[in-house]
Design a protein around this ligand. Structure first.
Ligand SMILES: [Fe+2]
Length: 379
């Protein structure tokens, strides 16, 4: 969340990217919350009744007790009554969710503990209350401990106690809902913000040279297709998305004379070009949300046989994300025009990748790449 701070490095000329995600995120989050609050206020059903009263589900097999409970709460709450656990579950399925469910402990068939445990499964947000006789205290305590029941009440319960309990339940219900909503909205806002910001950054990196325009986005899309075909999880693909977009961020520090040179690079220039990996790691290392994607930046020029750079890692010591990215990166470079040559056709690029399988690239990734190419899914 505190992910993005200022990036700064200076050896290749002062470049400072001020990236104030936190404050922007706070504004976006606040806007989302305001909209959400207004939506919540407008919608009274099914949590509330027509007079803005909260609906509660009361379950007891004794009709007189049930009616007594209803009379105790009717001024503040809209009570739905169920004379058995089965009827209670049917109402919950049909008319739920209820902010509060109150159940008797001793009932024929399913007891109150079992009933409230089922309520918890069907409607996890509902706050559950157990009604017990004195002899049921032990069972009630167990139910509280095992079933996350919010309160238990002993019979006979006074109107004052019942109302105070229901008010506390409703407050708990709204607090939990708000916390859940807030968390969801914050995560969504940051996710949207991050990908938009990262894409903008990727374009800024690629715009440094006319020859690399769109490279990072194309490579990312291709790497994601490969990752998806290899069955990676959504979380893993999300990491690849971030790492793919900024894998070449270190090229911010590569002089245009080297980046756009027509013809062979001198050994010294080659070293400067290779330094983009280390510069990229230096830029992104302090960014917490990049911790898991960092190996893609650090290792995308490592070779499967150990002869790559900067660390000479081999095989599975190179992260899977980086092994996938390396294939996508190389393919895009081969098919794209460069100052010194035209881009090659896809068929020829595929042949070059095949020849480098087991040397530069992980054979498993190449296999998937060929499969996607054969299915026409690379474009
Ligand atoms: Fe690179």
């Amino acid at each position: 969340m505190s992910a993005c701070h200022d990036f700064a490095f200076g050896s290749m000329g002062k470049i400072l990217l001020r990236h104030r995600v936190r404050s922007f995120a706070a504004i976006v989050t606040e806007e989302h919350m305001a909209k959400r609050r207004s939506r919540v206020n407008q919608s009274t059903s099914p949590q509330t009744g027509s007079r803005n009263e909260v609906r509660v589900l009361l379950v007891d097999d004794e009709p007189s007790v049930l009616e007594g409970l209803r009379r105790s709460v009717f001024k503040e709450f809209v009570a739905d009554l169920a004379a058995s656990p089965e009827e209670g579950l049917a109402k919950l399925r049909k008319d739920g969710p209820y902010p509060v469910v109150v159940s008797d402990m001793r009932m024929p068939g399913m007891d109150g503990a079992e009933f409230l445990a089922t309520v918890r499964t069907l409607s996890p947000d509902s706050i559950r209350v157990m009604l017990t006789g004195h002899s049921d205290i032990e069972a009630a305590v167990r139910a509280v401990n095992e079933g996350q029941i919010f309160r238990f009440l002993t019979k006979p319960v006074t109107q004052k106690t019942l109302l105070a309990t229901l008010r506390a339940c409703v407050a708990q219900y709204h607090a939990a809902r708000l916390e859940k909503d807030q968390l969801k909205i914050t995560i969504n806002a940051l996710e949207e913000l991050d990908l938009g910001t990262l894409t903008a950054l990727a374009r800024a990196i690629d715009a440094k040279s006319a020859w690399t325009a769109g490279h990072s986005e194309r490579v990312t899309n291709l790497a994601l297709k490969l990752g998806h075909a290899m069955g990676l999880s959504a979380e893993s693909l999300e990491i690849m998305h971030r790492g793919g977009l900024l894998h070449d961020i270190g090229k911010i520090g590569t002089p245009p004379a080297v980046l756009d040179k027509v013809g062979r690079l001198e050994p010294e220039e080659m070293q400067i070009m290779r330094d983009h990996v280390k510069i990229g790691v230096r830029i992104l290392e302090p960014v917490p949300c990049f911790r898991e994607a960092l190996p893609m930046v650090a290792q995308h020029h490592e070779w499967f046989d150990g002869s790559g750079y900067p660390a000479g890692l081999a095989g599975e010591n190179i992260s899977l994300h980086a092994r996938i990215l390396a294939v996508a990166d190389c393919y895009d470079a081969i098919v794209s025009d460069r100052p010194y040559r035209k881009g090659l056709p896809a068929r020829q690029a595929l042949e070059i990748l095949r020849q480098k399988s087991g040397k530069q690239f992980d054979p498993m990734v190449i296999e998937v790449f060929e499969r996607l190419a054969a299915a026409g899914q690379l474009a």
